[in-house]
Design a binder for this molecule. Structure first.
Ligand code: PMP
Length: 320
């Protein structure tokens, strides 16, 4: 019998590769940052990650990393949930990150992806008594949702994974199967994004973002007990809305049908930034055009993260 042709991985979408990664305790060329196929996390999703953005400011020639310490605080909490014990503090991780970005000499917007994972090479579904490791890479990055200023979202048929099934407030690799199912269902059906409900039918969040609606001048977002990831962008926007725009913010459960009567809606997250939702499941949100609160908030947010408004410089870490 003839030897079958080697199975090739299905075509990989083109993505820019960085030059370096932090891997097994040191910086190596990206091609050397490779794990064995027996690695536990590859089989069981036993990893945790973060997604952080760096914004390039052309005027000042500076790259600002947004809320670096806060991302690593949540990252280390996710590690605790998954019994991954790293030899690094939040400050160590911030230091490693800034060092790696400098080596790439970026002069553009970037995305930073730290990953902690069960590096054990062998069989056995559990968390305890398994070694873990940390790796990190950074890549140039633009938009996550193509249609950021007016996206069409569908209410997903997939429910958000419950905190008692997989801790929702952890950014846990395996839990992102839930996000991927919802995102793919939405995109294959012609939508831009998914809105995911909790098992009891309340609005939880997007596939990889939190969600706000606006009703009668009030911004409303799901509470942290409705199986959301405790988003850093969400917390940022709550503060800007309240303190700078004078918009009251309510954290409370959101009914499914409120999506169809609200005046404005938007996703927020490191990847999606602030993506205005102008249609939900074929119905216009408000007028069907981006509303005034989301529009002003986006402007303020983008000026702030780039260091252009000189507001909240305490959230920005300059790289150079
Ligand atoms: N929910 C989920 C499921 C996410 O993956 C993300 C992206 N990290 C968010 C919400 C938004 O979180 P953050 O603003 O901290 O990026």
């Amino acid at each position: 019998m003839a030897t079958p042709a080697p199975a090739t991985a299905s075509a990989q979408p083109k993505v820019a590769h960085p030059q370096y990664a932090f891997f097994r305790g040191r910086v190596v060329p990206i091609g050397e940052a490779q794990v064995n196929v027996m690695t536990h996390a590859l089989h069981y999703g036993t990893s945790v990650f973060a997604g952080i953005r760096g914004y390039w400011n052309n005027e000042t020639g500076q790259l600002y990393v947004f809320r670096l310490k806060d991302h690593y605080r949540r990252f280390l909490q996710s590690c605790r949930l998954m019994l991954i014990d790293l030899p690094y503090s939040g400050d160590d991780l911030a230091h490693i990150t800034l060092d790696l970005i400098r080596r790439e000499s970026y002069e553009q917007d970037i995305y930073i992806r730290p990953l902690a994972y069960k590096s054990f090479e062998g069989i056995g579904v559990r968390l305890h008594n398994l070694p873990g490791d940390f790796t990190l890479f950074t890549i140039p990055f633009g938009k996550y949702i193509e249609n950021e200023a007016g996206c069409h979202a569908m209410v997903s048929s997939f429910r958000r994974v419950d905190d008692n099934a997989i801790p929702a407030r952890g950014k846990i690799g395996g839990a992102y199967v839930n996000s991927a199912l919802a995102k793919t269902e939405a995109e294959l059906a012609g939508f831009d994004e998914a809105i995911v409900l909790t098992e009891d039918g309340h609005v939880s969040e997007g596939s990889a973002s939190n969600l706000f609606i606006v009703r009668n001048g009030m911004a409303i977002t799901a509470p942290i007990t409705d199986n959301i990831l405790e988003g850093i962008t969400r917390a940022t926007l709550m503060q800007i809305l309240r303190d700078e725009m004078g918009v009251p913010v309510q954290e409370r459960s959101i009914d499914h049908s409120e999506l169809y009567v609200c005046d404005e809606a938007f996703f927020c997250g490191t990847g999606v930034q602030i993506s205005t939702i102008t249609r939900i499941s074929h119905r216009p949100v408000g007028t069907g055009e981006p509303g005034p609160i989301a529009t002003e908030l986006r402007q303020r947010y983008f000026d702030m993260v780039r260091g252009a408004s000189e507001k909240h410089m305490e959230w920005l870490t300059p790289v150079y």
